[in-house]
Write a protein that binds this ligand. Structure first.
Ligand code: KG4
Ligand code: ZN
Length: 341
């Protein structure tokens, strides 16, 4: 079964062809990062306009690379939430147009569920490798969620952030350290030259809960940057690059340690058989290493390009929806605050 997966919830215009839910035939991602980076964050109006220009080229390229035509497709899947309304609309309307025009089933996918199903790609099969229940950790620019997955389509939200998401904390931390946007990759890269022990950050602690909170760490990085003359940066003033690397490294360690600690707690509390890690922050090398080292059960972490937003994960999730007989009508709408579990 060949599915066209479309993803436009944020700042990536993405399309992929997925075969039988697990095999990537093509996976095209047009990133808008350069366009948004001059503003230090995503500008929703620009994002939706850019999606409008790039959605058809992205789909065309995915079809060409996969050597398929519309008549070879079995279904069209698209992210319909959560995300930016104007951005989601471009993907959803494009998917509807193709599905209607070619008389194909339309599948609406929750973006967070897509991040979970990235673990099924590259011919991996978490169901037989670890089984259910699994703890899904979704750490992205908009979410830091712990989801208990009891089976396909059966989710329970057991922990979430009470303020900023982990990716948002990385992005804001990078901004005060003068590292640009997106912050996660920049912090990861400069942290390699830093010493996390020389810049210890407070460890967030919410008692009797699996919830997260990153606002304290965000304030702490701002204070540290002010103390060291890193922020605000005045013209002509030189900053100590080793200071920036040390602060970035301490900050990254605190975020990673918090996510790993909560994951281990969730695994124990729910007797989970394994962990599935996903979302843009799952591309972080320290997080990938630490979560595998500290979890008492198997952890599946997709390769970094499948952790950040892509169409392949949407096609993978759609395969399991279709296999379980789920059908969607053409009144499928965008739901910017769609929840999972
Ligand atoms: O899942 P994603 O691509 O988009 C959303 O659904 O939000 O996640 C984007 C987030 C950004 O905040 C970005 O800074 C973060 O993922 N990110 C990283 C890394 N790569 C991307 N954070 C830490 N380390 C990375 N290597
Ligand atoms: Zn995402």
């Amino acid at each position: 079964m060949k599915i066209l997966g479309i993803e436009t919830s944020c700042d990536e215009t993405a399309a992929a062809i997925i075969e039988d839910g697990r095999h990537i035939v093509s996976n095209v991602v047009f990133s808008q990062t350069d366009m948004h980076s001059i503003y230090g964050g995503i500008v929703p109006e620009l994002a939706s306009r850019e999606h409008m220009l790039t959605i058809l080229p992205a789909i065309d390229q995915a079809m060409t690379e996969a050597n398929v035509t519309y008549s070879n497709l079995d279904a069209v899947a698209v992210t319909h939430g959560p995300g930016l309304a104007g951005s989601l609309l471009i993907g959803v309307n494009s998917a509807k147009g193709i599905a209607l025009g070619r008389n194909l089933p339309l599948v609406g996918i929750n973006h967070l569920e897509g991040h979970i199903y990235a673990a099924w790609l590259e011919d991996s099969d978490p169901e037989s490798e670890i089984g259910f229940p699994a703890i899904c950790v979704i750490a992205s620019g908009g979410h830091t969620d712990l989801i208990l997955m009891k089976g396909h389509g059966d989710y329970q939200l057991v922990g979430r952030t009470r303020d900023d998401a982990a990716g948002e904390a990385f992005d804001k931390g990078a901004r005060v350290l003068g590292l640009g946007f997106p912050g996660g990759p920049a912090i990861q890269s400069i942290s390699e030259k830093g010493d996390s022990d020389s810049e210890k950050f407070p460890r967030p602690n919410i008692k009797d809960s699996l919830d997260f909170s990153f606002s304290g760490l965000k304030t702490a990085v701002l204070r540290r940057a002010e103390q060291k003359g890193i922020y605000p940066q005045s013209e002509g003033e030189t900053v100590n690059h080793q200071d920036i690397a040390n602060v970035a490294s301490g900050f990254q360690s605190a975020i990673v340690e918090f996510i790993v600690r909560r994951t281990v707690q969730a695994v124990k509390k729910y007797n989970a058989k394994g962990v599935l890690l996903g979302g843009g922050v799952a591309a972080n090398a320290l997080l990938r290493k630490e979560i595998k080292a500290k979890c008492p059960v198997s952890v599946i972490v997709p390769k970094p390009s499948l952790c950040t937003d892509n169409g392949a994960m949407i096609g993978a999730a759609a395969y399991f929806h279709l296999r379980h007989g789920m059908r969607y009508e053409f009144n499928l709408d965008v739901v910017p605050n769609l929840r999972l579990g």
